[in-house]
Design a protein around this ligand. Sequence first.
Ligand SMILES: NC(=O)c1ccc[n+]([C@@H]2O[C@H](COP(=O)([O-])OP(=O)(O)OC[C@H]3O[C@@H](n4cnc5c(N)ncnc54)[C@H](OP(=O)(O)O)[C@@H]3O)[C@@H](O)[C@H]2O)c1
Length: 318
Amino acid sequence: MDRNSRIFVAGHRGLVGSAIVRRLTEAGYGNLITRDRSQLDLTNQAEVRTFFERERIDLVYLAAAKVGGILANDRFGGDFIRDNLLIQTNVIDSAWRAGVRKLLFLGSSCLYPKHAEQPIREDALLSGPMEPSNKPYAIAKIAGITMCQAYRRQFGFNAISAMPSNLYGPGDHFDPETSHALPGMIRRFHDAKMAEDPTVTLWGTGTPRREFLYSDDMADACVHLMEHYDDEEIINVGPGDDIAIADLAALIRDTVGYPGTLTHDLSKPDGHPRKLMDVQRLFATGWRPKVPLEEGLRRTYAWFLEHAAPERIRQAAE
Ligand SMILES: NC(=O)c1ccc[n+]([C@@H]2O[C@H](COP(=O)([O-])OP(=O)(O)OC[C@H]3O[C@@H](n4cnc5c(N)ncnc54)[C@H](OP(=O)(O)O)[C@@H]3O)[C@@H](O)[C@H]2O)c1
C-alpha cells in the first residue's frame, strides 16, 4: 500500500484509534489526517460530508464510536444506538461518495449471539438471540457491518469489517462506572492499594473465561487487514486464547502490587462461562499477536499511573 496515501483515522484519541496512529506512523505512513470531536462531530452529516469532499482521503480507519461497559450500555442505550448509527452512516456514506479507496469498520465480539458455539466463528453472527444488555449498541454495529457489505455489493466500495475481542491498553477508560471489565479491575486494585483496603471483592466465582487483546496488537491487525484483506465477510481479531477471570484478577493484583487478598461475592452472577472467538481466518492471513497479557498489563498500568490515576488527575488539576 502506498505510504503517501491520505489516511483518515476517525477516533484517533481513543484506545484503538491512538494505537492505529502509532502503528501507521511506525510503518512509515506519513500522511495521517485526524480531527477531534470539537473540530469534526461525526454525528453531524453536513460536517462529515464537507470534510470528505475537501480532504481527498484515500483510506479510512473507522475507530470512532460510542463505547462502554455493561453499566453504560444499560443506562445510556439511547445514546449508544443513536451515536453509533449516525457516526458510521455518515462516515461510510461520505467516504464512498468522496471516492475513498478502502474503509475498515470495527464491530465487536459482543455482537455475536449470547449462546454462540465456542470458539465463535464469523458465520455465527445473527444466528441466534443476542445478549439483551448491549442490544442498542449491537444492533447499531450490525447495521454498520451490513452497510459495508451492501455498499460493496451495490457500489463496489471496498469496505471491510473486523470483529475485535475485548481490548485494553494505554488510553483506555478507567472510570469505575462506565469502563470495561479489565480497566475497571485495574482501577479497583489501584484504589484498594492506595486506600490500604485489606480485600478486593470480585463478582461471581471467577471461573468464566474471557479473551483480551492489547491495543497495539489490535492496531497491528487493523493495518494488516487494510493491507491484505478485501472480503465482504467479517473477520475476527483476537488473541486466540482466553483466561479465567480469577487468574486475570491475580495477574492484575500482581501488576498493581496490591498486597491484600482477593475474595469472591458468590451472590453475584457469573455471566456466560466462556467467550472466545475463532481466529483461524485471521491467522490464515499470516497475522499473530505479539504482546503477552502480562506485558500488556504492565504497560497499561504504567500509562494509568501517568495519566489516569485519580491522584494524578487531582495533582494535574491543582
Ligand atoms: N474497547 C474495546 O474493548 C472494544 C472491543 C471491541 C470492539 N471495539 C470497537 O473498537 C472501536 C474503537 O473503540 P475504543 O475502545 O477505541 O473506543 P474509545 O476509546 O471510546 O474511542 C472512541 C473514539 O471515538 C471518538 N468519538 C466518539 N463520538 C464521536 C463523535 N461524535 N465525533 C467525533 N469523534 C467521536 C471519541 O472521541 P472523544 O475522545 O472526543 O470522546 C474517541 O476518540 C469501536 O468501534 C468499538 O466498537 C472496542
